[in-house]
Design a protein around this ligand. Structure first.
Ligand code: AMP
Length: 278
């Protein structure tokens, strides 16, 4: 596997691959099977796959979260080598954001609700880094996880608004055997918290059983109560929205793609998850 730290080196290599299809998986590292699933899909659908590892400071609204974000570069490189990934790109902050680089995004409503509301500025940071990475790598296909459903909607909007020549490929959320959505932040859970964490997905799955027989508001209330009954959980939101617009729905027939989205703190670790009711 080729490993590049500089944009110029990466681009020189990619120019030599002219004519080959290019798949791209942007990550912040601390790779787990959720990330590797995206890489494997890209490997199977493209001639060359580039993975980027960059902990993007401007998408962290909480400086403590940035400070504590796990960095495991050597292990990441070993995991990518093992699955025969072609290229890993590991830029530093100066490489990604030279002083004179200005690019600002306004995603409107999409960045004001749910994750956007609780993490002000987060999606502007995501938009900025993904736009920059697309501009550097120029992929044909880019792979994103449904674990971050709202992020996926933001990226799709950016690609549409700016007519970017890239296909966005959504991939399912990969879970631990007990249902907990894999996340780089899971390693920060204490053993006790790790035991409780699978309740999130259990409760989300329970919500899908209620959909047919209850109103949207009833489902939201029941699920919020269930989450709040677990002392260690500190709920930020549980909302049922349209999976593309992220507009809140009041009745099931307002959308054919209802999505339940949740964010909560377990101790000091913020976890998100979601469930498609379609
Ligand atoms: P991150 O490194 O957390 O920024 O994630 C990089 C990419 O991996 C994003 O497209 C995420 O949505 C995706 N991802 C992270 N965790 C999972 C998971 N458990 N299942 C599927 N995709 C994931």
């Amino acid at each position: 596997m080729k490993c590049f730290y500089k944009i110029s080196e990466l681009q020189e290599y990619l120019q030599e691959q002219h004519g080959k299809s290019l798949g791209f998986v942007p990550t912040m590292g601390a790779l787990h099977k959720g990330h590797l699933q995206l890489v494997e899909k890209s490997l199977s659908e493209n001639d060359i796959t580039v993975v980027s590892i960059f902990v993007n400071p401007i998408q962290f609204n909480d400086p403590k979260d940035y400070e504590l974000y796990p960095v495991t570069i050597d292990k990441d490189i070993a995991k990518l080598t093992e699955i025969n990934c072609d290229v890993v790109f590991i830029p530093d902050v100066d490489e990604m954001y030279p002083e004179d680089y200005k690019m600002d995004f306004d995603f409107g409503y999409l960045e004001q609700v749910l994750e956007g509301k609780f993490r002000p500025g987060h999606f502007k940071g995501v938009g900025k880094v993904v736009f920059r990475l697309f501009d550097i790598v120029k992929p044909d296909n880019a792979y994103f996880g449904k674990k971050d459903y709202q992020q996926l909607a933001i990226i799709k909007k950016m690609v549409k608004d700016y007519n970017l020549p890239v296909n966005i490929i959504p991939c399912p959320t990969v879970r631990e055997n007990d249902g907990l959505a894999m996340s780089s932040r899971n390693v920060r859970l204490s053993p006790e918290e790790r035991n409780i964490a699978p309740e999130i997905y259990k409760i989300l799955k329970y919500s899908s059983l209620l959909v047919k027989s209850h109103t949207v508001k009833e489902v939201e209330d029941i699920i919020k109560n269930k989450i709040n009954s677990i002392k260690k959980f500190n709920l930020e939101y549980f909302e049922i929205v349209d999976a593309e617009t992220f507009k809140k729905i009041n009745q099931w027939d307002e959308t054919d793609k209802p999505l339940g989205c949740i964010a909560l703190f377990l101790g000091s670790v913020r976890l998100i998850d979601n469930i498609e009711y379609f």
